[in-house]
Design a protein around this ligand. Structure first.
Ligand code: SF4
Ligand code: SF4
Ligand code: FES
Length: 478
């Protein structure tokens, strides 16, 4: 951090770093400052002129995104003059805009719409019929659609592709007032992080093929979580909704700013992984491959663990710390071994040198912290000795079922899989986003998630299953 100096914003005294950008200070202090082209991840471009402020001693308004902070600076973002300047710029932006908010997927989270609303609902001075028309519904490739009429040419999307992914698929083509956003022939927008341009676009010009027209955003509820797609643990916002007569359902993931983890972005595969949450769920307990009620399944589990010695728990490396501790605790009461062996979660093709991590398990670091081995030798020797294997959300056996031959098997999964068929008792459990817990990512950062999903069909969490079993053990009875 450089030298700190005193500045005034709208009469309020504050400290700021000398030479840093004024817009960053305003954003950090939650001072309202309209802006299109500036983004903290992409830096300044100065093309939209929406971030005009008055600075004492300067003849003309200045753009806050290209104004370095100086000692004693007095800044005004409010007032008749400066608000009129910004309103005139906004009017320019709106000259050829189609004003199709009622059918635009961005409505409700569009900067252009917000700034127009706050600047006074003025009448348009442009004849709607004389507006320049541009192409709509352009498939850019990957999962992104472009509506050129709505574009304000802020160049956030092109700068993302040139500066962040360095793939440069998008460019400003044409010249002056004929400029437009496009791709080059035969080079669609196609990189593992492409969908971030949808979040970056301040208007409804770029929309997600996956999400568009699925929901009006004001009907969605949200909570903060981490992505369960790999051990990076990117910070996300989960948008979900419980519609009338339907169960609570996730509609999208959006990246959430955390400079220590993922910055502002996430990968497309992680973003679209919410589909897995809604599909192929394992929902009804099974005993000897027949559907059963929960109490019967629990009674069977209790019968197996109270009559069998040499028990091995094989747990997923994506369980939360709390779940791992609970399993460990139960295992020590039963004199059982616990293994977190899970080589199946490593995917060399997935990892890259940006966010995506080769290990798709979200909490392998926690195994070490708690003292649970994920070592192959320990797993194999424990498996050899065991006559009852309790598998907690670990997918390793799905392609190694033969290892379970001749053993009793209890399994707990949130999604259907081959191991369930091989189990004497199988119990459905809550999925990654339906439970709260703590995770340690690949960079040793501990992150807490508090789920707000309210599913009618929500299965028991591992923690509640374990608590129930402990209670049974203490009572020695059902
Ligand atoms: S498509 Fe969106 S992000 Fe790209 S230049 Fe246009 S308004 Fe900006
Ligand atoms: S990099 Fe990993 S944690 Fe981040 S969004 Fe992608 S899959 Fe999810
Ligand atoms: S945000 Fe400052 S000029 Fe666009």
């Amino acid at each position: 951090m450089g030298e700190m100096v005193n500045i005034k914003v709208n009469g309020a005294q504050m400290e700021a770093e000398k030479g840093s950008l004024l817009i960053d200070k305003l954003l950090d202090e939650n001072v309202h400052i309209p802006h299109f082209c500036y983004h903290q991840a992409l830096g300044k471009d100065g093309n939209c002129r929406m971030c005009m402020v008055e600075i004492e001693g300067q003849k003309r308004p200045q753009i806050a995104c290209d104004t370095p902070i100086k000692d004693g600076m007095e800044v005004r973002t409010k007032g008749e003059n400066i608000e009129k300047v910004r309103r005139d710029i906004l009017e320019l932006e709106l000259i050829n805009h189609p004003i199709d908010c009622p059918t635009c997927d961005q409505a409700g989270e569009c900067k252009l719409q917000d700034y127009y609303m706050e600047s006074g609902f003025y009448e348009s001075r442009v004849n709607v019929d004389s507006k320049t028309n541009h192409a709509k519904r352009i498939d850019l490739g990957s999962s992104v659609m472009l509506d050129r009429e709505r574009c304000v040419l802020c160049t956030r999307c092109t700068r993302f592709c040139s500066d962040i992914t360095k793939t440069s698929e998008l460019a400003v083509l044409g010249r002056s007032d004929h400029s437009y956003i496009g791709t080059f022939p035969g080079r669609p927008l196609d990189n593992p992080y492409a969908m971030n341009v949808v979040d970056l676009c301040p208007v409804g010009a770029l929309t997600s093929k996956d999400f568009r027209f699925k929901q009006r955003v004001w009907f969605l509820d949200s909570f903060e979580a981490i992505c369960g797609g790999c051990s990076k643990g990117c910070n996300i916002t989960v948008d979900h909704r419980k519609e009338k007569y339907k169960d609570d359902q996730i509609f999208r993931f959006r990246p959430r700013k955390n400079m220590a983890v993922n910055g502002f972005f996430m990968c497309d595969e992680g973003r679209l992984s919410y589909h897995d949450e809604n599909q192929n769920r394992f929902e009804i307990p099974k005993v000897d491959n027949e559907e059963a009620i929960l109490n019967d399944a629990m009674a069977n589990i209790f019968k197996h663990i109270s009559t069998t010695k040499d028990i091995l728990f094989v747990i997923s490396a994506s369980l939360s710390i709390e779940e791992m501790k609970n399993v460990n605790n139960l295992a020590s009461k039963l004199n059982a071994n616990v293994s977190g062996y899970s080589p199946d979660t490593f995917d060399e093709d997935f990892g890259d040198d940006y966010l995506r991590n080769t290990d798709r398990a979200t909490n392998r670091k926690a195994l070490k912290e708690i003292g649970i081995s994920d070592d192959e030798t320990y797993f194999k020797s424990s498996l050899d000795k065991s006559s009852l294997v309790i598998i907690v959300d670990n997918g390793y056996f799905n392609s190694n079922l033969v290892l379970l031959d001749g053993k009793k098997v209890i399994s707990m999964f949130s999604h259907e899989c081959a191991t369930i068929e091989k189990s004497d008792v199988a119990l459905p459990i809550a999925s990654f986003y339906e439970k709260s817990g703590t995770y340690i990512n690949a960079d040793d950062i501990k992150q807490k998630v508090i789920s707000k999903m309210k599913k009618d069909s929500q299965s028991e969490t591992i923690t509640s299953v374990i608590e129930h079993l402990k209670e049974m053990i203490i009572k020695g009875t059902l």
